[in-house]
Write a protein that binds this ligand. Structure first.
Ligand SMILES: CC(C)(COP(=O)(O)OP(=O)(O)OC[C@H]1O[C@@H](n2cnc3c(N)ncnc32)[C@H](O)[C@@H]1OP(=O)(O)O)[C@@H](O)C(=O)NCCC(=O)NCCS
Length: 353
């Protein structure tokens, strides 16, 4: 029998919670049972940002595919886009076309799809599904006290001012500035998901228990860029043990001005350093941004010695599209908020039980 006849593809529902716990044990034996039942994708009131395949005979959940939905701006066009995450098939149901069925179901609603955090096996499978643009995506690592000191020294003579806000799903002070930044950059911006106030509020709704720092840079009274950051709960990364880790979750500087990014990172790293965070991570596909971060002490894959260690952090990106798209490199602005990484890092530890 074909996979299509033996399985039903649908959105997960609250009634599936026990089956999802069993499925989590199938794919990640020994992991916390509630790993999937407490995922961010439940928190979209329209529909969970996820598809599951249910085995008709047993009722078991056989596969799932997280679908991080947003809107991609291609010049003047706004296109529904989904980033695939949590793409997993139970070992008992692998190789029957379920992975393909789930991705194709999501594809029916999304002319553009991408992924930025996949395994080597998944990259091979995505290639078979017609996805392209396979490339590593490197994470940059900095030490907040050092970054803050270097950024302060470099930014001393500039005229960029900043304002800092604490934001969450219930507190949106400062978020309105994103609309001014977004509107000012209609011309000549790289391809990216919408980065206006509405998009950030939608992101915050997916993680209602979490707060972020938002730093907005101003030239005179005009907002010219922002950075979004947070400290991950301890133990979020096995490789860092219980060392607190800060995340530069997102930023956007329309003029692609390294001085503005330096000024933003100065405030972000200072806030992290003050709260005792010794490590911060940044992800960017943009070479101008990497060029601004490197002199502040951020190491990347090409940094001697440390770079080799960071390669184990490297994820892989791929995409499929009805439109001609440039590569992720430079043509596409991607940070941690553009996939499930920011949503997922530390999420189990921060949720109330
Ligand atoms: C990757 C995964 C989701 C694919 O699901 P699946 O149901 O087994 O895959 P399908 O049967 O739908 O196969 C889709 C295509 O990918 C190919 N494929 C699937 N798994 C593959 C693998 N491990 N290596 C190479 N090709 C693979 C299949 O041959 C098929 O191509 P074809 O239709 O041209 O023959 C599943 O194997 C899995 O859960 N892997 C472990 C977890 C993982 O790596 N998840 C991805 C994290 S981002």
């Amino acid at each position: 029998m074909t996979a299509a006849g033996s399985y039903t593809v649908r959105r997960p529902e609250r009634a599936d919670l026990e089956r999802l716990k069993a499925f989590a044990q199938d794919i990640w034996p020994g992991s916390p049972a509630d790993k999937l039942t407490r995922r961010w994708w439940w928190n979209d009131p329209r529909a969970p940002q996820c598809w599951i395949a249910v085995h008709n005979d047993s009722g078991d959940i056989a596969a799932m595919c997280g679908e991080r939905r947003s809107v991609l701006v291609l010049e003047a066009m706004e296109v529904p886009v989904a980033s695939i995450c949590d793409w997993d098939v139970s070992p008992r149901h692998k190789g029957k076309g379920l992975g393909r069925m789930l991705v194709e179901r999501s594809r029916a609603d999304h002319p553009v799809m991408y992924t930025t955090s996949i395994s080597e096996a998944a990259a091979t499978a995505f290639t078979r599904l017609g996805w392209a643009g396979h490339r590593p995506l490197s994470v940059m690592v900095g030490c907040p006290p050092l970054v803050s000191a270097v950024a302060r020294a470099r930014a001393r003579r500039d005229s960029i001012a900043t304002r800092n806000y604490r934001i969450s799903s219930g507190s949106d002070d400062g978020i309105r500035h994103l609309d001014a930044i977004w509107d000012s950059s209609r011309q000549d911006r790289p391809i990216m998901t919408t980065r206006d106030a509405r998009a950030l509020k939608a992101h915050l709704r997916l993680v209602p228990h979490r707060s972020y720092g938002l730093t907005v840079a101003f030239s005179g009274d005009t907002p010219v860029g922002y950075a979004l950051y947070r400290t991950l709960p301890k133990g979020s990364f096995r490789r860092f043990g219980h060392t607190p880790v800060g995340l530069l979750a997102d930023f956007w500087v329309p003029e692609q001005n390294g001085t503005v990014l330096t000024r933003l990172v100065q405030d972000v790293s200072w806030a992290l350093a003050r709260s005792g965070v010794p490590v911060m991570l940044a992800l960017t596909t943009q070479s101008w941004a990497r060029s601004a971060l490197r002199p502040l002490g951020f190491a990347s894959e090409d940094t001697p010695w440390l770079g080799a260690k960071l390669r184990s952090f490297a994820s892989r990106a791929m995409h499929v599209s009805d439109y001609a798209l440039p590569d992720f490199e430079d043509g596409w602005h991607v940070t941690f908020v553009d996939n499930d990484m920011d949503l997922i890092f530390g999420s189990l530890a921060e949720l109330p039980t």
